[in-house]
Write a protein that binds this ligand. Structure first.
Ligand code: ZN
Length: 273
């Protein structure tokens, strides 16, 4: 056979893309059949994207500004509407309607590039996002945003949640230390931004039943993991899954696959990591 490896790759890619187009027509429109105990309403699944850095560094957590813009443009042109965590909660708890093709865009850690690179692009498309900040890094470490930048973004509709005070895996701490991370970050955000944060993202994605309980008791209304998947009627609101968007050789293709295929492709073993 005289077919080059490159040609085989192209054929495989085309087959996957065809499969995804079919899937996106029927799959993501599917209604979750399971019922919420307190709220017997069929709920459509909602994707939550999870970014970290938006810059040109060769860093595993980075998406380049150009890639990020391509992704936002894709969402815009395909009729997606960004929503806030408040909208998501109202939807999950009481079935309050969401705009067509809702999507929640989140960022973890609070890197400076979220302000310098991601925020202007999101503004351009009229999108909003939610950023989980590590309060002891803010205005202290130059790789992260300042409170002034955060206040400006908040005034323009961006939402800020807690990602603890020091970004330690909560399961590696004592109960007292973990509680302190939750309280300290909540109090600092309340002091700086005028109201306590309602939402929380687990640093390094680690949690336990006990930690989930602490997050609830500290006053947070919902919490986000890095478990891969979309949110639906049967989601635990203190363990909300997200779709991580990382750097990749073909980031846009993997973005498209992740957005349209989650979580079916993962189950099929097509998407790893
Ligand atoms: Zn983090």
């Amino acid at each position: 056979m005289n077919i080059k490896k490159g040609q085989i790759n192209i054929i495989i890619s085309l087959v996957i893309i065809f499969f995804l187009i079919v899937l996106s027509k029927f799959g993501t429109q599917s209604v979750v059949a399971s019922f919420n105990k307190s709220n017997p309403i069929n709920l459509q699944e909602v994707p939550i994207l999870n970014y970290h850095k938006v810059d040109i560094l060769n860093h595993a957590l980075s998406v380049s500004p150009r890639e990020f813009e391509e992704q936002m443009e894709y969402l815009y042109q395909n009729g997606y509407h960004t929503i806030t965590p408040d909208q998501l909660m109202a939807y999950l708890k009481s079935g309050k309607s969401l705009p067509d093709k809702p999507i929640l865009i989140t960022f973890d850690d609070g890197y400076l590039d979220n302000y310098t690179n991601a925020y202007p692009i999101m503004k351009k498309y009229g999108f909003t996002g939610t950023i989980f900040i590590v309060t002891n890094f803010i205005s202290k470490d130059e790789r992260f945003m300042t409170w002034e930048q955060i206040k400006e973004m908040q005034q323009n509709g961006m939402i800020f949640g807690s990602h603890t005070a020091n970004h330690k895996s909560l399961t590696s701490l004592t109960k007292e230390q973990a509680l302190d991370e939750l309280n300290q970050s909540r109090d600092e955000i309340a002091r700086q931004l005028g109201k306590p944060p309602k939402y929380f993202a687990y640093p390094t994605g680690t949690y336990s039943g006990e930690i989930e309980d602490m997050v609830r008791k500290t006053g947070y209304k919902a919490a986000f993991t890095i478990e891969y998947g979309q949110v639906g009627a049967d989601s635990d609101i203190f363990l909300l899954p997200r779709i991580p968007i990382f750097k990749g050789q073909k980031t846009f293709r993997s973005f498209f696959i992740r957005l349209n295929g989650a979580p079916v492709l993962e189950e099929l073993g097509i998407i790893k990591n």
